[in-house]
Write a protein that binds this ligand. Structure first.
Ligand SMILES: CCCCCCCCCC(=O)SCCNC(=O)CCNC(=O)[C@H](O)C(C)(C)COP(=O)(O)OP(=O)(O)OC[C@H]1O[C@@H](n2cnc3c(N)ncnc32)[C@H](O)[C@@H]1OP(=O)(O)O
Length: 194
């Protein structure tokens, strides 16, 4: 089997994504959207601590160092962890659109094994938008930002309202995030435009 599934191909009426005027400037670190996030949260001891940086247009770069806790086979990163790094990187693009969205579909190619201790250099961009559907792709390189591609993904994110989290999340975490005295942190936990 080869190629991506039809549902990841933007429809004919899809348009180019528009960077939000208040999006972080190219080169700026995005920071964690939520301290407990497994992908990026600084308060999450089990997480990836992935750091994303805004790029030009609706694109970004990110880095993540594979830790011993991320192993699948001895000395190699677990594929699910690598898919998580791609998901987090792709999800971070929505902050540049200031659109609240969740992953609907994520298709991943594992091209090269990724040893523990490797810095994964990720790059991602939104390729098209069609109504609530946001199409994007990402790749992760090893050995440097211009090194060979080890993983890549195409994804479809679906725009949701903040109610998606309020209605479905566990009440104790929702309540704690919503009562954070820091307005920006409160907004970013749900990626709402503050
Ligand atoms: C706070 C911000 C978070 C930032 C985190 C950053 C990184 C992490 C990102 C994630 O991991 S998010 C967590 C993982 N994702 C989820 O938990 C989502 C679970 N799924 C759902 O809640 C719903 O299925 C979803 C909101 C995605 C869609 O349900 P809806 O009822 O709102 O939409 P609907 O089913 O009507 O679909 C809308 C359109 O999307 C299409 N679609 C939905 N899911 C799809 C899918 N899986 N594959 C292909 N197409 C899909 C669907 O066909 C339709 O296309 P059309 O408009 O053309 O008819």
């Amino acid at each position: 089997m080869s190629g991506i599934s039809a549902s990841l191909t933007p429809p004919a009426d899809a348009v180019a994504a528009v960077r939000h005027p208040d999006a972080p400037a190219p080169g700026e670190l995005l920071g964690a959207h939520y301290g407990q996030c497994f992908g990026c949260g600084e308060d999450q001891p089990h997480g990836l601590h992935l750091q994303a940086r805004a790029g030009e247009g609706v694109s970004l770069t990110a880095e993540f160092t594979v830790q011993p806790a991320h192993q699948g086979a001895p000395g190699l990163a677990h594929g699910g962890v690598l898919a998580t790094a791609l998901d987090e990187t792709l999800g971070s693009l929505n902050w540049l659109l200031r659109t609240i969205a969740v992953t609907g579909r994520l298709e991943t190619d594992f091209v090269r094994p990724v040893p523990v201790g490797t810095v994964l250099y990720l790059e991602a961009e939104v390729t098209a938008v069609a109504g609530r559907k946001i199409y994007s792709r990402a790749a992760g390189r090893i050995g440097g930002p211009d090194g060979p591609v080890a993983i890549r993904a195409e994804a479809l994110f679906i725009e949701v309202k903040v109610d998606h989290f309020v209605d479905n999340g566990r009440p104790q975490e929702i309540k704690a995030a919503m009562s954070d005295p820091d307005q920006l942190r409160r907004a970013r936990a749900f990626e709402v435009n503050p």
